[in-house]
Ligand binder design. Structure first.
Ligand SMILES: NC(=O)C1=CN([C@@H]2O[C@H](COP(=O)(O)OP(=O)(O)OC[C@H]3O[C@@H](n4cnc5c(N)ncnc54)[C@H](O)[C@@H]3O)[C@@H](O)[C@H]2O)[C@@H](O)CC1
Ligand SMILES: [K+]
Length: 517
């Protein structure tokens, strides 16, 4: 599903109106009806059926006014409160306000700070507050009277439903413009906005429901706005059903170069995740001295011990053996728990020059690359890099705070510059492709911020690549499944006690949930 910013949404609205001749009031009517439908669902669970709709003077307010009409028609007690000068109300909103007045719906303006205490009382007493103050048109910090009203909304214990986006959240990036409504539910119109899914804004949305308001789908499909939301349907289409007449040779050979003294756990988690993602066969290159531990813990993998010169880490003396096994494999992953050595840079350079299969780079491989990014240019096959924000900061020399402010753009630029698929991990992991597309993941939870969680993700990507899934699709499916497995683990254990091994254990069920088998 496409994700847009306010400008792209306006373009699509305009296209619907100008190219297809769908009048704005019709779109507004659909929006108001979609909101009504959701309010009716919420009211079904509660005694207090009174609704207060707080509107701004733009089209978001207009959507609220339409909802008021439909709720009134169904016999619910509705109050509409418009903040500011009613004379400045948008054209389509005005048409709807005029109808409301003829229907004698209780509609008043809030023009003074003196009006706020009375409004606060109404907001506390009603069953549902509808937030129709600002939508995609929010273009400056929220101050004065509107700020007071949003504070009043947030002070109540009343259920709050926001139309399109919680008022105060900027649609283009999720920035909070001074203050924002804390919603229990957001009825997103037609397409999710970046501000609905990127933090901090995403934290204000509550449950999200996306509703079609009649913007022609072919206009949306033609839009070349590059951001997409990863959905269950999308992942289902990526993961093939297994044919009955197959054997392990049909599901690929994965090769993992990972682990060092004290870090065998990282290698282990990656390997387990590869196997749990359905790869046919797994070989793991591990420093000789760590081989015994791996053999005991990892029954299903074949270990390929490396005759390390430096004890406990993979070094350049191991390169021939690594390349030989790589040539017999369908995907190679390097980095989890490899240890920070300058020699790893040389190992990577040799792998990059020789590889004709997809390469996954994580953790210490990324730290090694931070010194010599330019060797990425040697890669002839597909590469998937999986940095968290700290690793991304080292890779790009961009401070963490700046990355957090601009995750989508920074991920996209890196993917394009180095011709790689970039998985930028974090709350709302982003997958960026070298051809300029971005996919945002919304599965997962804060319990997954735990050691080893990233190693599991590397294993899933590798396992899917082994099975011949196209690299960008493998990355998309991997981040989604990783999150679903984490959510399942959190549902069972809570977020505090969740550890990376629990994500691996839930992974088969997460896949089954999507594939059905
Ligand atoms: N044809 C359309 O454009 C449609 C728009 N729809 C709705 O309309 C919304 C967008 O409507 P608009 O573009 O009118 O914008 P909004 O309704 O989001 O509000 C913008 C209004 O608020 C003012 N404003 C912006 N930031 C402010 C601030 N910080 N303090 C005080 N005033 C501020 C602007 O000057 C403008 O008057 C969407 O989110 C959606 O809910 C839907 O009705 C469907 C059709
Ligand atoms: K809103």
């Amino acid at each position: 599903m496409k994700v847009v910013d306010g400008i792209e949404m306006k373009k699509l609205d305009r296209k619907a109106m100008e190219e297809y001749g769908i009048p704005g009031v019709i779109l507004m009517e659909h929006a108001g009806m979609a909101v009504t439908e959701e309010i009716l669902k919420d009211l079904a669970h509660q005694e207090n059926k009174e609704i207060v709709i707080v509107c701004g003077t733009g089209n978001n307010g207009g959507d609220g006014v339409v909802a008021a009409r439909h709720l009134h028609q169904k016999g619910f007690p509705v109050k509409v409160r418009i903040i500011g000068d009613i004379a400045r109300i948008s054209e389509d909103a005005k048409i709807n306000c005029d109808i409301l007045k003829k229907l004698r719906v209780d509609i008043k303006t809030i023009i003074d700070f003196k009006d706020v205490p009375k409004l606060s009382e109404e907001l506390s007493r009603c069953g549902v507050i509808v937030d129709a103050i600002f939508g995609t048109g929010l273009n400056k910090e929220v101050q004065g009277l509107t700020r007071e009203v949003i504070l009043a909304v947030n002070r109540t214990n009343t259920y709050v439903l926001s139309i399109d986006i919680p008022s105060g959240v900027r649609a283009s990036d999720g920035h909070i413009c001074g203050i924002a409504v804390k919603a229990d539910k957001t009825v997103v119109l037609q397409l999710p906005k970046i501000g609905n899914i990127q933090f901090p804004g995403a934290d204000y949305a509550g449950e999200m429901v996306v509703k079609d308001i009649g913007i022609p789908h072919e206009a949306i499909e033609k839009s070349n706005f590059p951001i997409n939301l990863i959905t269950a349907d999308m992942v289902q289409a990526i993961l093939p059903q297994r044919r009955k007449d197959t054997h392990k040779g049909n599901y690929g050979k994965a090769y993992i170069v990972a682990g060092s003294t004290g870090m065998t756990g990282a290698a282990m988690l990656t390997c387990e995740a590869v196997l749990r993602s359905g790869a046919g066969l797994l070989k793991v290159a591990i420093p000789q001295s760590l081989n015994n531990i791996m053999e005991v813990r990892l029954t299903e993998a074949i270990t390929v011990p490396l005759p390390e010169l430096k004890k406990g880490v993979v070094g350049i003396s191991d390169i021939e053996k690594i390349i030989k096994t790589m040539q017999e494999s369908d995907v190679i992953a390097v980095g989890p728990g490899s240890g920070q050595t300058r020699e790893l840079e040389e190992v990577l350079r040799n792998i990059f020059e020789a590889a004709t299969i997809p390469i996954v780079l994580d953790a210490d491989a990324l730290n090694a690359l931070a010194h010599r990014q330019e060797i990425l240019k040697l890669i002839k096959s597909a590469a998937v890099l999986t940095p968290h924000t700290g690793e991304m900061s080292r890779l790009t020399n961009i401070p963490v705070e700046e990355i957090n402010r601009n995750r989508i753009q920074i991920a996209l630029e890196f993917a394009k510059k180095w011709n790689v698929i970039l998985i930028l991990k974090g709350a709302r992991t982003i997958v960026a492709s070298p051809d300029g597309k971005v996919f945002v993941n919304t599965t997962g939870n804060p319990g997954m911020a735990t050691a080893g969680s990233g190693d599991v993700l590397t294993g899933i990507v590798t396992g899917l690549l082994a099975q011949g899934i196209q690299p960008i699709k493998a990355a998309i499916a991997a981040v989604y499944l990783h999150g679903v497995a984490g959510d399942r683990a959190a549902a069972r254990l809570g977020e505090y006690g969740l550890i990376a091994g629990d994500i691996v254990l839930e992974l088969p069920y997460a896949i089954k949930e999507i594939v059905g088998k």
